[in-house]
Design a protein around this ligand. Structure first.
Ligand SMILES: [Zn+2]
Length: 250
């Protein structure tokens, strides 16, 4: 299945926190969007592999994406090496996305930065015609040969640490739906209805969700709208028309 947009996150919930506004926005514009989770988030303090699968499936339904796949790399210990790069190249070639959204390159959780670099490397390698991968779902060494594919853009979404974004999207119209997608992770984030007696973590308090909203407000303010999502791009972004510009006063 060819996708317009592929969002990749190392932990289930990274994509919701980092770029679900843009995902929902693009789905509403009729684009084909998919999500790849690199790990099952098995080292997360709260929840289990099963609850996180259920939560990520619920969030995918809220965002109305076409497909969500888990590459089952090892949470905390996956490497940015040949094995992992080729596994991700196989997935990129399978979906042939024009744009990829991926983890940030440097962040509080070391997995985020390592995944950001892995995604960046895989997007590049995927475009090399002499690099062979095959299409068997269990092994990139088996099956039919895949065609080369290089996504035109890779945008890294902001995560825990603030980075000055290169581009900010207006997500005001889809903000409610975005928060619903995040709150689908009932084991991870604060939920007043669940009684919440599990171990508390950095992200399980009401303060964390407040900070998610505050981040979107700060980014929105920079472009003259209510809510925004920010991205870093390693290469320059080209636009075809001034129509893409938001003309609010800032
Ligand atoms: Zn994460």
């Amino acid at each position: 299945m060819k996708l317009d947009l592929l969002a990749i996150g190392v932990h289930p919930d990274d994509v919701e926190l980092g770029c679900s506004g843009v995902i929902i926005n693009e789905v509403k514009r009729g684009k084909k969007v998919g999500i790849i989770d690199l790990t099952q988030g098995e080292l997360g303090t709260r929840g289990t592999i099963e609850t996180r699968y259920q939560e990520s499936a619920n969030a995918a339904m809220i965002m109305e994406v076409q497909v969500r796949e888990n590459l089952k790399m090892r949470d905390g210990f996956f490497k940015n090496d040949e094995e992992h790069q080729l596994k991700l190249v196989q997935a990129i070639r399978k979906y042939q996305p024009e744009v990829v959204l991926g983890n940030i390159l440097h962040d509080r959780h070391p997995d985020h930065g390592r995944a950001g670099h892995l995604i960046s490397t895989a997007c590049f390698l995927s475009g090399l015609s002499k690099l062979e991968t095959k299409d068997d779902p269990d092994s990139y060494r088996e099956g039919k040969a895949q065609e080369r594919w290089r996504p035109r853009y890779l945008l890294h979404y902001l995560q825990d640490w603030y980075h000055e974004p290169d581009i900010i999207f207006d997500i005001s119209d889809v903000f409610e739906q975005r928060m619903k997608a995040i709150e689908a992770y009932t084991s991870q984030f604060y939920n007043p209805e669940s009684g919440d007696n599990g171990p508390q973590t950095y992200i399980s308090t009401p303060d964390f969700l407040d900070s998610v909203i505050a981040r979107a407000r700060v980014l929105g303010k920079k472009i003259g709208v209510k809510y925004g999502e920010g991205f870093i791009s390693e290469k320059k972004i080209g636009i075809t028309s001034l129509d893409a510009l938001i003309l609010n006063e800032t």
